[in-house]
Design a protein around this ligand. Structure first.
Ligand code: NI
Length: 160
């Protein structure tokens, strides 16, 4: 288990395009596991390679709904359907949230952590999270497409 350093808004690596992964090997699996640990440490719902300084097309998502975290390599949205208005944040923008319009449903093709092809049809929050994380791989940040003027800073609650 290793917590990696999160890159924050203003770090130019967040604007770069990530490279496809050629082979899902132990190094990639270790990276994915570290990303899960890092996401959990900061109570995030998702994390993409560039956010830990690695320009590879890898993402992890955990909706804390009892399912295992998703670990996806070279994910690609092949279909998007409908619209939903959502409130969105990002671990690279601590305590900041904005309104967005996201697809209601997406179909994603990717490789899993074993290198097997998977196809995911996702709705609602999972569709939102997949859209958000996959955009990170092309240097796109949620503030690029937010409803203008809706970015808010929300003071974190003090921990006891
Ligand atoms: Ni993000």
């Amino acid at each position: 288990m290793a917590i990696r350093e999160i890159r924050f808004n203003g770090d130019e690596i967040l604007r770069k395009k990530s490279r496809e992964v050629d082979e899902v090997n132990d190094r990639i699996r270790e990276l994915l596991q570290d990303m899960i640990d890092t996401m959990h440490e900061y109570n995030g719902v998702g994390l993409a390679g560039p956010q830990v300084g690695i320009l590879k097309r890898v993402i992890v998502i955990d909706l804390y709904d009892g399912n295992e975290p998703l670990q996806l390599v070279n994910p690609k949205i092949i279909k998007a359907k409908g619209k939903q208005e959502v409130e969105e944040g990002c671990l690279s923008f601590p305590n900041q949230f904005a309104k967005m319009i996201r697809p209601k449903e997406v179909t994603v093709e990717a490789l899993n952590q074993e290198g097997k092809k998977v196809k995911i049809v996702a709705k609602d929050l999972l569709a939102q999270a997949l859209s958000h994380e996959i955009e990170h791989l092309d240097g796109i940040l949620f503030v690029d497409n937010m409803v203008p003027g809706t970015l808010e800073y929300i003071e974190p609650e003090a921990e006891e």
